[in-house]
Design a protein around this ligand. Structure first.
Ligand SMILES: [Zn+2]
Length: 123
């Protein structure tokens, strides 16, 4: 392991592991697996809203995934964009409102090639 500290699986890492393990078919939110981070719980947006996920065109979605935060009663309470790179570093707790692509773009600006800007952001 070359002395690398083990990183706690982030929100996306937990959800992707759940996908690999197999999801229940036509499950409601209560029976879906969820990622737990701090005292909050998340599911992939695409599990609960297929229409929404398909409509996403901005390049920022190449660099992260949208998740729903769910409450103790398994009800969706907020939609977030989770940065794939921060998640892999074990720091997924900084989430962005899923529709604020400008704020997300500013975050990604630190490490995404300028060539991505050839694709215009949606209004
Ligand atoms: Zn990030």
């Amino acid at each position: 392991m070359l002395g690398q500290a083990a990183v706690k699986p982030g929100i996306l890492a937990q959800l992707e592991a759940a996908v690999l393990a197999g999801l229940p078919v036509n499950a409601d939110i209560a029976s879906l697996p969820r990622a737990v981070w701090g005292n909050k719980k998340y599911i992939f947006e695409s599990w609960a809203s297929k229409k929404l996920a398909r409509g996403r065109k901005s390049w920022v979605y190449l660099h992260g995934e949208c998740v729903f935060e769910i409450n103790a009663n398994d009800v969706k309470i907020e939609e977030w964009w989770c940065c794939r790179r921060c998640d892999a570093k074990g720091r997924p707790e900084r989430l962005w409102k899923a529709h604020s692509t400008t704020a997300v773009a500013n975050h990604l600006d630190k490490y995404v090639s300028a060539s991505y800007y050839l694709c215009p952001l949606p209004n």
